[in-house]
Design a protein around this ligand. Structure first.
Ligand code: NDP
Length: 330
């Protein structure tokens, strides 16, 4: 089988995780890393590949089978996704759930025109959680689906608060409600408001001269990200930030609680998928890399346009052949 030539666009947490995940994939070869910063200033976790200027990326269209976009969802991907979808097969982790339909459309047209596949919103949520929500409701059509996150650091939300004026450093943790989870596992099918399921906690280091109340207000009222939650904002100093908030754990649960059978012969059926992640970006990047493989195969098979995880057959994620998979995993 041919080696899939991949490149990374944007080198932050996800970019580093992608480089590590590609090293664990013998069927893939990392061609290089692209960054908007001065390439000489970008230090890779493994310096065996070059760093190129993002502005030169179009020169490499014939050298890259799949480009993995590792930019932020808030302002990087809305620009980079549509631009790069017209040049390469791409995979990204766009996670602003409310804007996925419009982002899909923004990628679909250029990807179709270029005969490439643009795989958006890959990761764990959106991503593996989305697939499990689909399985739950397709298999148990009479029931309710519940998603709980955390406790963990949310990169998308941390990204969003770091872009608020007056914020020097910031992290955001999401906490699930244990009592709400217990009720769901019990088969109760409670109606839970967004506020009852989770709370959000932000730890912020203010920039010099910034006003705490203004920063707090901008955060707690931010649409899509914080407006629908009870959000606590804590202000701490840089030293505390560095010693206590350096790791990026996360995880969560998708639970479908349904009933099968007929009338008063019903049985409760509870389907649960959970993740417990030591490093959110390394795991998300590992998902991106598996979907980069699928993206390549789909494009080789003649597909083009925007796709999501819901459009990908599971066997395409594996480096193994369908025959091998049937023998080993069925
Ligand atoms: P980072 O902030 O670490 O990186 C984002 C971009 O910022 C990079 O691509 C890089 O671009 C630039 N950058 C990185 N480091 C620096 C620096 N020191 N100085 C200046 N610029 C820098 O974000 P993450 O990698 O943690 O997360 C990216 C996105 O992943 C999130 O916005 C989130 O939406 C998504 N995500 C999705 C998940 C899912 O389940 N779908 C789960 C987790 C995350 P460049 O190299 O061009 O400068």
């Amino acid at each position: 089988t041919p080696v899939i030539r991949v490149a990374i666009a944007g080198y932050g947490n996800l970019g580093r995780g992608a480089q590590a995940a590609i090293k664990q994939s013998p069927d893939m070869q990392l061609v290089g890393v692209f960054s908007r910063r001065d390439p000489a200033s970008v230090i890779l976790i493994d310096q065996s590949v070059p760093v190129y200027a993002m502005d030169d990326i179009a020169q490499y269209v014939d050298d890259i089978d799949v480009l993995i976009l590792c930019g932020g969802s808030k302002s990087d991907l809305p620009e980079q996704g549509p631009a790069f979808a017209g040049l390469f097969n791409i995979v990204d982790s766009f996670d602003t759930h409310a804007k996925i339909p419009e982002y899909f459309d923004a990628l679909d047209a250029p990807a179709k025109k270029a005969n490439k596949v643009a795989m958006l919103s890959v990761g764990w949520d959106p991503g593996l959680f989305s697939i499990n929500r689909l399985y739950g409701e397709a298999i148990l059509p009479v029931g309710e689906t519940y998603t709980f996150w955390g406790k963990g650091l949310s990169q998308g939300h941390s990204d969003a608060i770091r872009r608020v004026a007056g914020v020097k450093s910031g992290v955001q943790y999401t906490l699930p409600s244990e009592s709400a989870m217990a009720r769901v596992r019990n088969g109760e099918q409670p109606i839970l408001s967004t506020r009852e399921k989770h709370t959000r906690e932000c730890y912020i280091v203010l920039a010099d001269g910034a006003d705490a109340d203004t920063v707090r207000n901008t955060i707690v009222t931010m649409p899509d990200y914080f407006a629908d939650y009870d959000t606590a904002v804590h202000f701490i100093d840089q030293q505390t930030f560095e010693s206590e908030h350096g790791k990026m754990p996360h995880g969560g649960f998708v639970i479908r609680s349904g009933v099968s059978g007929i009338d008063n012969e019903n049985n409760n059926q509870v389907l649960e998928f959970s993740l417990s992640l030591g490093s959110n970006p390394e795991f998300t990047a590992s998902v991106l890399v598996a979907y980069a493989r699928a993206t390549y195969k789909m494009n080789q098979a003649g597909e083009a346009g925007a796709k999501t995880v819901l459009d990908v057959a599971p066997s395409l994620l594996s480096p193994k052949t369908p025959a091998q998979l049937r023998k080993e995993l069925l």
